[in-house]
Design a protein around this ligand. Structure first.
Ligand code: F6P
Length: 326
């Protein structure tokens, strides 16, 4: 095993609350282990452009509570090309960086896999995405905060929905995964939760809203994951209006507020624990793996498995949410 003496750290893909706490943990653990540590700006884009700077303990002071990422982030098209990856490799060589901690999601780890295969370069990943769609960790960094942001907003919407006897369709993030929708939906007592993992039968929903639901309720909330197979919140609300014209519907798209804000205590602790474990893991020869926590245990999952192995939502919870909203 070759000795690692300089590591790089970067954030990539969609930002998530807790990324700063993870950067802080990586930098301080690395310094404790007598490593030199370099921040790479704007993810793979900065690696290609050589935006790389040494970081010190005080570079990460006062950031554990801050949302976003001090290293900035990007989705890099250039890194998908061999040419871009070669430039990135040369820049790492110029800075004598011999291992990397990558904080991001699916796209980030797909790039990291390719890079290690091509250049035999040790990379360890931290799951940084609000979507919680990575296999190998019970929760990703930022997911808990995003869920809390949705619940806070949904509680406010509930007030006005009740006053006006309206049915609100609230769209939350999650192109391919319904984790945010399911958890926030349960927490805010949503009447219906629509997720990409299950088929949404529009006529069935219309029937429930027309007959059963109206018997006991005059207002309500439907949480829609943006990637639902029946469409986004606007589309689904329109289809409902067509079928049940007496409904007074409104739509709220929560959008990027879900990605911002100060991380919850849960996310700060998760990010700190994983950042610390990533550096220790690299020094113990771990590579091309993502650090995660499953059933309270630290686990390292190969990138390919973390990306491709599908983590399913808990369908029993979905069933439970329907019963509790009767
Ligand atoms: O992957 C995180 C995520 O927030 C998804 O939930 C969402 O679909 C996507 O990023 C939005 O990406 P962008 O900010 O690039 O529009």
């Amino acid at each position: 095993m070759s000795r690692i003496s300089r590591i790089g750290v970067f954030t990539s893909g969609g930002d998530s609350p807790g990324m700063n706490a993870a950067i802080r943990a990586v930098v301080r653990t690395a310094i404790f282990e007598n490593l030199e540590v370099f921040g790479i700006y704007r993810g793979y884009e900065g690696m290609i452009d050589g935006q790389i700077e040494q970081m010190y303990s005080n570079s990460v002071s006062n950031i554990i509570q801050r949302g976003g990422t001090i290293l900035k982030t990007a989705r890099s098209k250039r890194f998908m090309e061999k040419e871009g990856r070669l430039l990135a490799y040369q820049n790492l060589q110029n800075h004598k960086i011999d291992a990397i901690v990558a904080i991001g999601g699916n796209g980030t780890f797909t790039g990291a896999c390719e890079f290690d295969k091509e250049f035999d370069f040790p990379i360890i990943g931290l799951p940084g995405t609000i979507d919680n769609d990575l296999f190998g960790t019970d929760a990703t960094i930022g997911y808990d905060t995003a869920v809390n942001t949705v619940v806070e907003a949904a509680d406010k919407i509930r007030d006005t929905a009740t006053s006006h006897d309206r049915l609100f369709f609230i769209e939350v993030m999650g192109r391919d995964a319904g984790f945010i929708a399911l958890r926030s939906g349960i927490a805010c007592g949503a009447e219906f939760i629509l997720v990409p993992e299950t088929t949404t039968y529009i006529d069935n929903l219309a029937r429930l809203l027309k007959h059963d639901w109206r018997k006991s309720k005059t207002s309500g909330i439907v949480i829609v994951a943006e990637g639902d197979d029946a469409g986004g919140a606007y589309e689904i609300a329109a289809k409902m209006k067509e079928r049940v014209p007496e409904l007074d519907t409104r739509v709220t798209i929560l959008g990027h507020i879900q990605r911002g804000g100060s991380p919850s205590a849960y996310d700060r602790v998760l990010a700190s624990t994983l950042g610390y474990a990533a550096v220790k893991g690299l020094l113990n020869g771990q590579r091309s793996v993502m650090a995660g926590i499953m059933d309270k245990e630290m686990v390292f999952t190969p990138f390919e498995k973390a990306i491709k192995h599908h983590k399913d939502i808990n369908r029993q919870l979905l069933e439970m949410s329907r019963i509790l909203a009767l």
